[in-house]
Design a protein. Sequence first.
Length: 260
Amino acid sequence: MHTTRISAARKIIQRALAAFSLLLLVGCDSVTLTDLTPRSVAENPSQIYTFTLRVAKRSNTITGVSPTIVIDGRSFQMRSGTLGEGLYEFEYQLPAGRDRVAYYFLVNYFVEGNNVQTPGEAYTQVETVQIVRRYVLSLEVNRGPVGARISVLGRGFTTQDRIMFNGTPARTNFESANSLSFYVPALAANANYQVSLSSAAGTSPVGTFRIDASTITVVTEGDTVKLGGKVHASYERKVAERAAWAAPGVNRVEDNILVI
C-alpha cells in the first residue's frame, strides 16, 4: 500500500515536470518568424499588395501553426504560399487615399509532448510599408552625345520634374505621368554623369549616363557657351543650342555650328 502511494506520487511529479517543461518550451522561441515584406512597394493599378511571412519550426513537436496578420487592428488569416514550405501570404486591398500600411504578424501554434498540447504564440514588431507612387524605371539608353533626346520611363511624373546631370539641369519635356524626355546638356564629353530626377517632392536617382564625343564642340567661358563643329541637319544645330541654354548660369550662347 505504501509502495502504491509512492508510485502514484511519483507519476504526479513526473507529469508536473513534463507540463512545466512544455511551458518552458513554449516560452522560448519555438518558432522563428521572418518578415519577407519589403518596406517600400511600387504602386500598382489594382492597389493589391502581398505581405509574406516565413515561419520556421525549431522543434518537431510544433503543430497547428496558424499565422495571421494584423492591420489597423483587424486580424486576417494568412494562406500557405506557393514558393516553399513555411511561407505564408496575405493579399491586402489598400483603401482609397492610403499610401502607408502599419502591420504585424501573429502566429498561434501548439507544442505536443506526453500526450499534452500546450498552446503558444509568437509575434513580430510593428512594421510599416510605404506605397511609392513616384519612381523611375529606366533610362532609354545610358550614353549619347550633347543634344541627343533621351526618354525616361517611370510613374508619377509631373510638369515640375527636371532631369539633372551632376546637379546641372537638362532641358526636360513632360510627356505623360509615365514618361519624360530630356536633351543631353552641353557638358564635357567622354565622361560619366550621375543623372537624377528633381522636383518639389525631392530628388530621386535615375542612373549613370555617359556623354560621348560628337561633331559638335562645346567650350565654356564664364557665362558664355561657344558651340562649334559640323552637323547634317539644321534641327541638330537647334537641339545643341537649346541644350547649351539649359545649362545653369549661361547668359550667352555663340552658335558657330555649320550645317553641311
